[in-house]
Design a protein around this ligand. Structure first.
Ligand code: AMP
Length: 549
């Protein structure tokens, strides 16, 4: 017998309609390229998104067709999230930090009809966009007066486009299983792959992400959205914040420590989120200038960190310097992204600080809806005993089933998606990522976790960032090599670093060499680019002088 409740579809348009109706006056604040603060509200965002939906229909964009964005975080980009999907189209958010060849590949593969972009990215597109056959026009996310001169064909202004439309233009009717947003994986090898989220998957993800044991968002929060709108739906926050009427602060392109600090202070932000590299820069700024800043006036309570492992040193610093609780989360493009979130359990309330940091350093617990397991090389499930490590698999209603335009499912017959991460599951439900499977260091038949070694290294007071890679070794197959970026003005010595690590990791884990470098390569989403490092240093330990040791 079927249940007798209403089958209201879970649509993104219902989320912004709710925000406009019940939290219409709540601010959506954007910082422009020129550093100006622009203030909008959920009511205005909803009206402008409806106008945009009508304009897209007017331009002939059909339900299911793709339009792209190439833009930083701003109210216009948010309007595009709701306006494009409200027209039944699919918004393909493209990361402008990718190489031009990758951007061209994505725009073409997704068969985008229009590209919405910030004026800052015009020069990036001009050399190749004309060669992509599906693209019929470009829309600049700016005021009429700010329209630049450009060779891009059929160039339109966002404001002109929506001007002629009505505030109450209807949404295009769509089904909850229809595609809404398309993101491509940043993949360090091979072509980027498209992950197509549905309205339903995004709304369900937003519900669970908003919950108290998720990000714990509410109408009392002011959220600084550091995570880009082009990176996995900014971790769902554009929907989660609207769902509960949290104030949204969109920082634009300036993500340096001082700019973030000023926004946190001026907009009374209580919650923020971003990748570790952004927060390392922020904490450097706070450490260097803390005395002249009125840190106690910040309203910031908690920061969600994910995308790469949050170093323990970062968790500690947030606590010492600002009394801010770091919530460590894990996920990936294929998981929308939130799969695990590190909110504490009741038994953690009594822990002293160091033990609490241990818990926070883990990647959190599965949120409702997500199932996790680890498997061995034969594909057999391993116990969640905190000891066994294996390849992490995941499944759930906001986990990918098949890549865009792929012929085959990306999951096994039971729906498990293999993540490419190596992990340990603890009996209390916490997840501990030990590596990407490609980054694990296999030394004499044993595995060394590059993440654990990096975390130990960045606890050193003179080290700002660290990368550990496995390099071929004549005797041990692979051995760890540590590369470190010193803090400004510091010059850490190799022996000193090794002595420091000797107290923190097993002896046989100690890196065979330490190299001090001015900077480390990162991917377009801020992760360490270890493929490039492995290429550069592959012969480092096979030289005869090291062999002799
Ligand atoms: P992306 O699809 O670009 O978001 O990358 C997803 C990958 O980032 C995951 O498969 C992990 O390897 C890594 N990652 C994300 N969050 C964490 C975390 N908290 N700790 C360690 N690795 C993470």
């Amino acid at each position: 017998m079927l249940g007798l409740m209403q089958d209201t579809p879970l649509l993104l348009s219902s989320v912004i309609d709710y925000a406009a109706r019940y939290h219409g006056g709540v601010e959506v604040v954007s910082k422009t390229e020129a550093g100006r603060i622009e203030r909008s509200t959920y009511a205005a965002v909803a009206k402008r998104a409806r106008r945009l939906a009508a304009a897209l229909r007017g331009l002939g964009v059909q339900p299911g067709e793709r339009v792209a964005s190439l833009a930083v975080n701003s109210a216009r980009h948010l309007e595009l999230y709701y306006g494009a999907t409200g027209a039944g189209a699919i918004l393909n958010t493209v990361n402008p930090r990718l190489f031009p060849e990758q951007i061209a590949y994505i725009l073409e593969h997704a068969e985008n009809r229009l590209v919405f972009l910030d004026p800052a990215f015009v020069a990036l597109l001009e050399p190749f966009a004309g060669q992509i056959p599906s693209i019929q026009g470009f829309v600049l996310l700016c005021e009429r007066e700010a329209m630049p001169k450009s060779s891009l064909a059929n160039l339109m202004c966002f404001e002109d486009l929506i001007d002629a439309q009505a505030d109450d233009a209807p949404w295009t009717p769509v089904g909850e299983r229809d595609g809404a947003i398309l993101c491509y994986t940043s993949g360090t090898t091979g072509s980027p792959k498209g992950v197509l989220y549905s309205h339903r998957s995004l709304v369900l993800h937003a519900f669970c992400a908003t919950a108290a044991d998720g990000m714990g968002l509410s109408s009392r929060d002011s959220v600084l959205l550091v995570t880009p709108l082009f990176h996995v739906n900014a971790w769902g926050v554009p929907f989660s914040a609207a769902m509960c009427g949290a104030k949204l602060v969109l920082p634009g392109a300036a993500l340096d420590g001082e700019s973030l600090y000023n926004l946190l202070r001026d907009e009374a932000c209580t919650f923020s989120l971003g990748v570790p590299t952004v927060w390392l820069g922020f904490l450097d700024f706070i450490s260097a200038h803390g005395e002249r800043l009125s840190l106690s006036s910040l309203a910031l309570e908690r920061v969600l960190v994910g995308g790469s492992a949050a170093p323990r040193a970062l968790i500690e610093k947030f606590d010492w310097l600002l009394g801010v609780y770091v919530i460590h989360a894990w996920g990936m493009t294929e998981t929308s992204p939130l799969a695990t979130i590190g909110t504490p359990l009741p038994e953690h309330a009594k822990l002293e600080r160091q033990a609490r940091y241990d818990i926070q350093s883990r990647q959190g617990r599965a949120i409702y809806g997500v199932e996790l397991r680890i498997i061995d090389e034969a594909g057999l499930e391993l116990p969640a005993d905190g000891v066994a490590t294996g390849e992490l698999q995941v499944r759930g209603p906001w986990v990918l089933r098949q890549y865009f335009k792929a012929d085959e499912p990306a999951v096994d017959a039971d729906g498990w998606f293999t993540t490419g991460d190596v992990a340990r599951l603890l009996p209390d439900g916490f997840l501990q990522i030990t590596d990407r499977s490609k980054d694990v260091i296999k030394s004499g038949g044993e595995w060394i976790s590059s993440i654990d070694l990096e975390n130990a290294a960045v606890a050193h007071p003179e080290i700002r960032e660290a990368a550990v890679i496995g390099v071929p070794h004549p005797k041990w197959q692979e051995r760890p090599l540590l590369l470190v970026v010193p803090r400004p003005g510091a010059a850490p010595a190799k022996e000193d670093i090794l002595r420091f690590l000797a107290n923190r990791v097993a002896r046989w884990w100690l890196p065979d060499d330490v190299i001090v470098v001015p900077e480390l390569p990162h991917t377009a989403t801020g992760k360490l680019l270890k493929t490039a490092l492995r290429e550069t240093y592959r012969d480092h330990l096979s030289r005869a002088d090291i062999e002799a040791n």
